[in-house]
Design a protein around this ligand. Sequence first.
Ligand code: M6R
Length: 369
Amino acid sequence: VKGGYDTFMDKEIHEEPMAVAETLRGRTSPSGRLMLDEMRIGESVLRSIDKIIVVACGTAAYAGHVAKYAIEHWCRIPVEVELAHEFRYRDPVVNEKTLVVAISQSGETMDTLMGIRHAREQGSKVLAIVNTHGSTIARESDAVLYTHAGPEVAVASTKAFIAQITACYLLGLYLAELRGNKYEDEVATYLDELGKMPGRIEEVLESEEDIREFARSLADATSVLFLGRHVGYPVAMEGALKLKELAYIHAEGFAAGELKHGPIALIEQDLPVFVIVPTPRRPLLHSKVISNLQEVRARGARAIAIAEEGDTEAEAYAEKVFWVPRTTPTLMMPLVTVVPLQIFASELARVKGYDVDKPRNLAKSVTVE
Ligand code: M6R
């Protein structure tokens, strides 16, 4: 059942290249144009929307955070990302010009379901990005863009996250094409880049043993920090969530730029701090995060970088680097940078003797509010 792996989580991490490929499959024409046949929301509605609100929980919400950077860049539509339980119980500004995008692996998360019901009552169209066919959220939405990650058994979401980002990117590129935005000409390039991501994830998986070995050296850590900027920020939060739920270690993910606004006070000798470093091909972004890395290291923390191959600065300041392939565009980086963090959390849970697939107190789908 576990395909030769010790745990479903490990199996599902190894299925990530396939999850991207399957989510892309059949959604582009031979000429490279996007075809989202299941897009049952009319083109005129999609042309008239002036805001997107992503409604989701946990890992799915972090996929939404990543998507915000891409969709705003490509489509020039403001994107808000809301935890579904917060969205539902405040008085959100949603109307017929708002597209609500609900992201859910299970399609049964009650908080998210209540959020979409609320949105539809206000006249919004709801597009669900869901992994489970025929699930309640899929049935109650105006349109569904399925992620084809295959069943996810482990409680900790891994391949579904990767597939959710892929589906969100398809949506963003579709809207850019439909609305004729100034980034329209980038659509074909980005579709092409998405198509290369399964191979790039495979490359990261080749360093699995190295990541696991390093994880074992941190088995006694009681607190771990993760920081990132731009799309690295939601990846940092996702890395922290994985570690909390699997290894029961206090972990916090935050925006690297926030470091000096408070969290730097937490940095002390030997504290493990993961830093998700943007590509050096974005010098402004890169230099900012490299200085965070230096600040962390100067205070005696164990700085671990997730960086692009050939990044000599990351190598100079970090105690350990987990490499991701070179030339991956910034917006695509979450699909590779999250992988070492997933492997790291799974290994720490294993070495501590915890149940990797069924962490304590958690359910695969949270069907109560
Ligand atoms: O099924 P959903 O995607 O709606 O679930 C949302 C969250 O409950 C889920 O992502 C949770 O945070 C995972 N355990 C994270 O690994």
